[in-house]
Design a protein around this ligand. Structure first.
Ligand code: CP
Ligand code: NVA
Length: 314
């Protein structure tokens, strides 16, 4: 069974198939077409953490595709009332997919290991693949369709979002620069695993912000304190002070550089109002693309798992 536990579940070609289908579904929606490719299909949303974008974009996307989504929180009692194995067997009797936003990556991996229904990672401590794919879709829209050779400079924490973006950069042939305090850098073993898996990655990380943003085509940031790290918030706020995206920093980036943020933003911490609300900021188009990308991912997984016919895309 095909899942999206992390971007390692996709080949480079498969990743681009999903991006291309997302572009096509977005174009169709712009022309008023909402093909019911998932008519009568249902998606369970199993969330251990808060969400606006991920939850609503999957729910709205399923409606546009002719199906429905069912939002589940911890009160379904999984793990406490029954084993994950039993939970998956029951859920697969009702639903065609499940999106899981989990505290730990191991939860998503365990859900998928039972192969009851396709599992999609909706964010874990380690990764956020749907976000990174939608971000690549967005950056491609601002690169005349060609991402190869373009540079993302990520200012901040080497967190779940950054890690999925590094994989995506490898897949798309982009350069990735991460800048932040050394203790929040991405571990070298992970970088090597990406090189092994995708065969290429132009990656550097460091602490000198000016040199690492100088050639950025895209400047990206995320919160300094992710969900689940609240106990570290004070230390992190102090550690990351030199790594805010603000007007003085924007003087050091090329004039064509666009600014991204996965949102939610802590305005005044990792990014200032004047930058996030500036003409160079593409954060709201980025957020909107989550839905187009995830509609594509659902349809694509339906095809790969044999319950959607690719001829329906014509
Ligand atoms: N960017 C993102 O995943 O947002 P939510 O946490 O609101 O889903
Ligand atoms: N790194 C953030 C992303 C939120 C979409 C978090 O995990 O809280």
């Amino acid at each position: 069974m095909k899942h999206l536990r992390s971007l390692f579940d996709l080949s480079i070609d498969e990743y681009h198939e999903i991006l291309d289908l997302a572009d096509s579904l977005k174009r169709k929606l712009g022309q008023g077409q909402r093909p019911d490719l998932l008519k009568n299909r249902s998606l369970a949303l199993l969330f251990e953490k808060s969400s606006l974008r991920t939850r609503v974009s999957f729910e709205a996307g399923m409606i546009q595709l002719g199906g429905a989504a069912i939002y589940l929180t911890n009160d379904v009692g999984w793990r406490e009332r029954e084993t994950i194995a039993d939970f998956v067997r029951v859920l697969s009797g009702y639903c065609d997919f499940v999106v899981c936003r989990a505290i730990s990556q191991s939860t998503v991996d365990e859900l998928a290991s039972h192969n009851g229904l396709p599992v999609i990672n909706g964010l874990t401590d380690q990764s956020h693949p749907c976000q990174a794919m939608a971000d690549m879709m967005t950056m491609r829209e601002f690169s005349n369709g060609e991402l190869r050779g373009k540079q993302i400079s990520f200012v901040g924490d080497g967190n779940n979002v950054a890690r999925s973006l590094v994989k995506s950069a490898a897949i798309c042939g982009m350069k990735f620069r991460l800048v932040g305090p050394a203790k929040y850098h991405i571990d070298q073993q992970f970088i090597e695993s990406i090189r092994e898996h995708f065969g290429q990655l132009d990656f550097e990380q460091g602490t000198d912000i000016k040199s690492l943003v100088r050639d950025a085509d895209f400047l990206y940031t995320d919160v300094w304190t992710s969900m689940g790290q609240e106990a570290e918030a004070q230390d992190r706020a102090a550690d990351f002070v030199p790594y805010q995206i603000n007007a003085p920093l924007m003087k050091f980036v090329p004039t064509h550089c666009k600014v991204l943020h996965c949102l939610p933003a802590r305005r005044g911490l990792e990014i200032t109002d004047d930058v996030i609300d500036s003409p160079g900021s593409i954060v709201f188009q980025q957020a909107a693309n989550r839905m187009h990308l995830q509609k594509s991912l659902l349809v694509w997984l339906g095809i790969k798992n044999g319950f959607v016919q690719s001829s329906q895309l014509d």
